[in-house]
Write a protein that binds this ligand. Sequence first.
Ligand SMILES: Nc1ncnc2c1ncn2[C@@H]1O[C@H](COP(=O)(O)OP(=O)(O)OP(=O)(O)O)[C@@H](O)[C@H]1O
Length: 266
Amino acid sequence: MSLIAAENLTVRFGGSPVLDGVDLSVEPGEIVTIVGPNGSGKSTLLRSLLGIQKPSAGKVTRKRGLRLGYVPQKLHVGPDMPMTVRRFLALPHRPGAADAAAALARVGMAGMEGRQLIGLSGGQFQRVLLARALLARPELLVLDEPTQGLDQPGEAAFYKLIEEVRREYGCAILMVSHDLHVVMSASDRVICLNHHVCCAGTPHVVSNAPEYRALFGYGTGGALALYQHDHDHNHGHDHDHGHDHGPDHAHENDHAHPQTHEHSDA
Ligand SMILES: Nc1ncnc2c1ncn2[C@@H]1O[C@H](COP(=O)(O)OP(=O)(O)OP(=O)(O)O)[C@@H](O)[C@H]1O
């Protein structure tokens, strides 16, 4: 049974629909990524699935008792709003100290409970948002452009973390992303949205679809094909440059280098 499904989902804010007859489902354990141009309705689709946005037509079905974790696109914390990581993790439900510590450790932020949110780097803040979402022990983790504003190593490290979380928690992941090369290496399924579903399927299929190419161009499509990546292969050389980047950059560049390998599990 699907964890979540949209059927003929339509959302209008006045004029022409922002979402028009969208069908989508997420199955247990899979990573599904939504790509699409600016304003194509990606966030609206996530908000509809989460129940924050009411559809004009169609319906959303969730598995009964579905445990959801949500990492929003942006969260502005101003200097006039002092808040520690510990307090932030307690919104809206206060976790036990051990659970909070474990969630922070899982995202590479062990012992950071007492830090002020305002003092965190972009990458550290994203990790705290992820830790907060993990406290729900989600069966489905929903992320809206989780690496916006991060540099490329930070981005690659964050996606690697998401893959690890998926493995450990066995949760499905539904995300919106603009980081096309990472999307293509880290997703089981890609949905290309432009108010309606233009095309959907494995990264390989989508990157070669004419509908996708019409939106993103041949240049990008070519680059994406290069980025398709076998998760299990050995690169045959060491990507660790011999210095410690700290938690923000605890990457091995696994998904940051062009590879000519085809995706083995696509
Ligand atoms: N609550 C709202 N009221 C009116 N219009 C809205 C509302 N929410 C979204 N829109 C409009 O719907 C369209 C799609 O917005 P949405 O944020 O879903 O797109 P997106 O694909 O996520 O864009 P981006 O890639 O820029 O984040 C935009 O034109 C936006 O202005």
